[in-house]
Ligand binder design. Structure first.
Ligand code: SAH
Length: 240
């Protein structure tokens, strides 16, 4: 039977490997979930796949587990990043959670000209990404990068990674996302206020940027992010 509880741990996993629990995990496992010695838990660390582990010691502030067998090999996910302009808290949380569920490798919050948020809580967003992976069975955890200005991100960009620029000005136009996608890519979603003319011009002038429409309707940024990631994964063939 598959263990009901699945935890991300930042420690090596392998046969007979023992894993020390953090205070938070011990509290969750033994306090909240009322588990005790002998129970099996699924562990993953983003590198070594998923392991079944048995609780050896259970305490209020800590505990230890021992890996028994690998239950899943490490997922191979497409090399997709998401660049998005942070919006209101709940919607930003939604974007991070959905992108993490969808197997995005890196989530890069970017500050554009019309972005309202000046700061993000990177640690909180990273925790959301971990939780999303724990809940949906992914062995990969999306990395949440610190907030950076879009112009700086573009300046330092590796041109071998294609950017799919979702431009609301193309809504209703014919620039659908068709084949010819690089297998290493990124999707760019703007804020509620959209992109400025300057940003649009700069992006369109770059060879490694492909401008697309997400259809005839203007979507909210959180919906747009999910739609664009789906299109990219479909285009690259993540669905077998
Ligand atoms: N306030 C803007 C809309 C911003 S929507 C306006 O009224 O024009 C937020 C982001 O979602 C956009 O910057 C874009 O990246 C994406 N988006 C939403 N609908 C889109 C569409 N039909 N085509 C392409 N991108 C879209």
């Amino acid at each position: 039977m598959r263990p009901k509880i699945r935890l991300f741990v930042d420690q090596p996993l392998g046969a007979e490997q023992s894993v020390q629990l953090s205070r938070d995990h011990a509290h969750y496992l033994f306090g909240v979930m009322r588990q005790s010695v002998g129970v099996e838990v699924a562990l993953f660390n983003g590198i070594d796949g998923e392991w079944r582990a048995v609780v050896d010691e259970a305490g209020k502030r800590g505990g230890s587990l021992r890996c028994v067998a690998q239950s899943k090999t490490q997922d191979v996910v497409p090399d997709l990043w998401l660049l998005f302009a942070p919006i209101k808290k709940a919607r930003t949380d939604f974007i991070v959670e959905k992108a993490a569920e969808m197997g995005v490798r890196r989530i890069l919050p970017v500050q554009t000209e019309f972005t309202n948020a000046e700061r993000i809580r990177q640690d909180r967003l990273q925790a959301h990404a971990v939780e999303a992976a724990e809940q949906c069975g992914n062995t990969v955890v999306a990395e949440v990068a610190p907030l950076r200005r879009l112009d700086e991100v573009l300046r330092d960009w590796d041109p071998s990674r294609q950017i799919v620029f979702c431009d609301e000005a193309e809504a209703g136009g014919s620039s659908a996302l068709t084949g010819g996608l690089a297998t290493c890519g990124a999707v760019l979603i703007g804020p509620e206020g959209g992109f400025s003319d300057g940003e649009r011009a700069r992006l369109k002038a770059l060879d490694h940027v492909t401008t697309i429409s997400l259809g005839p309707r203007i979507l909210r940024a959180d919906t747009a992010a999910v739609a664009a990631l789906t299109l990219w994964q479909h285009g690259v063939g993540d669905w077998r």
